[in-house]
Design a protein around this ligand. Structure first.
Ligand SMILES: [Zn+2]
Length: 89
């Protein structure tokens, strides 16, 4: 922008507005899957668009996803297996 610097107040108002907007979008979604990445979060390889469409919120390329699925690694992320013992009926 060539209009000079905005006042601090104006800037923080903009930031707050965008955070509120973001929160609203997150609440509107049934599943907080997030955005699909165009590049793999692990190896930075481009993720095929077909994969991004097929897997909403995809973060990994196919190779990294396979590698992750093959290993029972839990890095504080999603534990898809869950704890069966805790799901008592
Ligand atoms: Zn990858």
């Amino acid at each position: 922008m060539a209009g000079g610097w905005a006042r601090d107040g104006a800037v923080s108002e903009q930031i707050e507005a965008s955070i509120e907007d973001e929160l609203r979008r997150m609440r509107a979604r049934p599943v907080p899957a997030g955005e699909s990445l165009t590049h793999c979060a692990e190896c930075d390889e481009p993720i095929a668009q077909a994969r991004r469409l097929a897997v909403p919120g995809v973060k990994l390329c196919l190779d990294c996803q396979k590698a992750r699925d093959a290993r029972p690694v839990q890095r504080g992320g999603i534990n898809r297996r869950g704890t069966k013992d805790s799901q008592l009926k």
